[in-house]
Design a protein around this ligand. Structure first.
Ligand code: NDP
Length: 296
């Protein structure tokens, strides 16, 4: 398929790399040099020199930007992407965005005959490189059917959850739970370390007991116990996801004291650690505050 890809960030770049092997790909990135470097590393990939030219002649566009507001900015304006998208084409938005903004985007694009699917992903850059991401879709049956072909190069599974916005709702709640697990685990592990228990032993026992989670089974052994701390997912983006989940709960009249508290916690971490901190720096901060190191 002829595909345009916007947003060559930590997760966007490996997703686009998978697409380059299958689709006829043109890429755009806010920092132009990043797109030029990507094309140099992936023969056959073309670089769009404007957002408008990204949409010319493509069957579908994939966006992978920080927020839905960034997607709106990309589409709108005199030289916006929406101007070049033709009737019958499709926007597949892999941003972890918000349902309300996506419904607005879908309505505006529908007036031009362009389809929209919110298709946020889960799995992180290593799973993107292996083509094993979970893709959470919201849209019509026909649009999601087409989106399946678009995302196939980086998808391990594609799930159609409901109308436009359903994918973003699912992703936001998933990531809100991830954030809660990380923060709770950080507190629990440093408590056990201060009680004199060996870090490797505490994680092994937890992982064969009922308090385990994806964070304790995968992330802590790979990145914390080893002290490798790779920077794969910005804490700022996780805080954004918590905000989307909290706002959604509010819109739907759901009382969410745990998510509300976690949101406040991550807001403070974001303000303290800045925009480039990694999400697992939450555990690093807990270590520093307790004066322990969870290695082993
Ligand atoms: P990064 O911060 O690594 O990259 C963001 C990308 O968006 C860059 O290409 C950046 O361009 C571009 N960008 C930033 N602001 C704008 C803007 N205002 N207009 C146009 N382009 C912009 O983010 P990730 O790749 O990690 O995340 C992208 C999305 O995927 C987010 O919604 C995130 O929540 C989600 N996600 C991330 C995962 C991960 O593990 N990293 C996992 C699952 C989902 P530039 O090069 O100029 O900075």
């Amino acid at each position: 398929m002829r595909i345009g890809f916007a947003g060559l960030g930590a997760i966007g770049a490996p997703m686009a790399a998978r697409c380059a092997a299958v689709h006829d790909l043109i890429v755009w990135n806010r920092t132009h040099q990043r797109a030029v470097d990507f094309a140099a590393a992936h023969p056959g990939v073309r670089v769009a020199d404007s957002t408008m030219s990204l949409g010319e002649g493509v069957e579908a566009i994939i966006t992978c930007l920080p927020t839905s507001a960034d997607v709106v900015s990309l589409l709108d304006g005199q030289h916006g992407l929406a101007r070049s998208l033709t009737a019958g084409s499709l926007l597949v938005d892999c941003t972890s965005g918000d349902p309300a903004t996506s419904r607005g985007i879908a309505t505006a694009l529908a007036e031009r005959g362009v389809g929209f699917v919110d298709a946020p992903v889960s799995g992180g850059p290593p799973m993107a490189e292996r083509g094993a991401l979970t893709v959470m879709c919201g849209g019509t049956d026909a649009d999601v059917m087409r989106a399946r072909l678009v995302v196939a190069p980086f998808a391990g599974s594609v799930v159609h959850l409901g109308p436009v916005g359903a994918g973003h709702a699912m992703k936001a709640v998933n990531n809100a739970l991830l954030a809660v697990h990380i923060a709770a685990l950080a507190e629990g592990l440093v408590t056990l370390a201060k009680a004199g228990i060996d870090p490797r032993m505490m994680v092994d026992v937890l992982n064969s007991s009922s308090g385990r989670s994806f964070v304790s089974e995968m992330l802590v052994p790979d990145r914390v116990l080893t002290g490798s701390w790779p920077r794969l997912f910005r804490l700022a983006l996780l805080e954004k996801d918590l905000g989307i989940a909290h706002d959604l709960a509010g819109e739907l009249g759901v009382d969410d004291p745990v998510l509300a508290h976690a949101r406040q916690l991550y807001r403070e971490l974001r303000a303290t650690l800045g925009e480039t901190a990694d999400y697992l720096d939450t555990i690093r901060v807990a270590e520093e505050q307790a004066g322990v190191a969870l290695r082993g």
